[in-house]
Write a new protein. Structure first.
Length: 206
């Protein structure tokens, strides 16, 4: 009896299970809660945006042992650099599962070759570098807000953010991520989604 070979879809996502610090995992889970987005989707998006970010790749390039091309830039690798593969972060570490499209997986594989580490390790480094990048995180939350609240509320939020940063005595800029976290902290009950949370918060301060 002939057994049929099951066809694998060309667009089927592939799992990568990086081991990350518990602090980084907590950060991903908080971002998931604040944006009401599944953890795996948050992690996937941060990694994808990280692969498209010159700032993130500039940071990671200090560890490249092989060359990597990004758009018109070629990052030069150096075999004299120590591989990060066996470097273990201090403190508690946990594993998470992220699913990537074939195209993103190939980009992560290229990154892993440049870093001379496994795709799993490269994903952990990429996720950490992406979340630490303020511009990337800001863009992620701002895009999320655009998708979930109407244009008039978005304009009001922009004015609130502008006011806070213009009158901030602490010499630090408040990001979209920080603003959304502040709103969630201020409204703890009575809202089931981000639209309700933002609307309630805006009404409260009118």
């Amino acid at each position: 009896m002939e057994t049929k070979t099951r066809k694998i879809r060309s667009d089927k996502k592939r799992d990568i299970k990086p081991t990350i610090s518990s602090h980084l995992k907590d950060c991903v889970y908080r971002l998931s809660y604040i944006t009401n987005t599944p953890v795996k989707d948050v992690a996937e998006t941060i990694c994808e945006k990280g692969l498209q970010s010159r700032n993130v790749l500039d940071y990671l390039s200090q560890f490249f042992r092989r060359d990597l091309q990004f758009l018109n830039t070629v990052y030069m690798g150096d075999w004299g650099r120590e591989s990060l593969q066996k470097k273990v972060q201090s403190g508690k570490n946990e594993r998470i599962t992220i699913r990537f499209t074939p195209a993103t997986y190939e980009n992560i594989y290229s990154l892993s070759r440049a870093l001379d580490v496994t795709p799993s390790k490269a994903t952990a480094l990429l996720l950490d570098a992406g979340i630490r990048n303020t511009h990337l995180l800001n863009a992620f939350v701002k895009c999320y807000l655009h998708q979930h609240i109407d244009e008039s509320r978005m304009k009001e939020l922009k004015q609130v953010l502008k006011y806070i940063n213009k009158n901030n005595p602490y010499n630090e800029e408040i990001s979209w991520f920080t603003l959304l976290a502040m709103i969630f902290e201020d409204i703890k009950e009575g809202a089931n989604n981000v639209k309700d949370v933002v609307h309630n918060w805006m009404d409260k301060y009118k």
